[in-house]
Design a protein around this ligand. Sequence first.
Ligand code: SLL
Length: 255
Amino acid sequence: MANERVRVRGLSIFRPIIYGNTATLLTREERENVPAEHTHKWIVAVRSAAPAPGSDIVGGADNLGYFLKRVSFKLHDTYPNPTRNIDKPPFEVSETGWGEFEVTIKLHFIPESGEKALTIYHHLKLHPWSLSGEPDSIPPLEVAQKAGPVHSWQYDEIVFNDPYQNFLNILTNNPPTPLPRASTNGRTIPFHIANPASLEASKGGVPEFTTLIVKDESDRLEKAKKTIIAEQEKTRAALIAKEKELEQLQKMLNG
Ligand code: SLL
């Protein structure tokens, strides 16, 4: 229908996603079947934020195929065929390896959306988080073994502005599973580098995104925005003072 290609002006609609990875040390037996230098198995994925009941993975309650046509994961060039195009859910890549690197993730939306592909980045994390020491320091194997799987996941919201009517219909027909208000079934809170206190709280379980986490994150953003505005004002005041000084000096020179 012609009017389906009409944009609904002034309307914004979003879909929550999470993206990131879970990494596990390979056991002695598992190491026999992979290249000798590979130490970890990992999965990098784009998923819905809420977890499916009874599942033991991070997020993934909803099938995101209703708005995503393809997710392409660009791995490090040391991997064969480093660009992995995934054309149906689950949008994920499982691999083994030895090193951390940045994964470029490109989200391609269904044609009805009329949206350009969106690129996001994820630093593949293999080694347990540490708040002290070098960011890239590799802990001894025993430490990693004790710590268990490493989870590194980021919550985000994909916002569609002025959506086409037919795309809007598709989205509203597929409401996202709401996030739980608090962690359920012994799940932990996800670690976020911007929130050091989350390190302890994130240990020993599969993390779960909750409405609380989402609020924390928006509070953090709000605070950061305020800090930036205050900095800007300080810089502006300093600039004005310097300009006055310059003016006076020029007057003295000319006078
Ligand atoms: C580094 N920036 O230099 C990193 C690169 C690359 C990791 C890490 C698998 C390789 C393969 C793999 O783990 N690559 O299968 O050959 O430390």
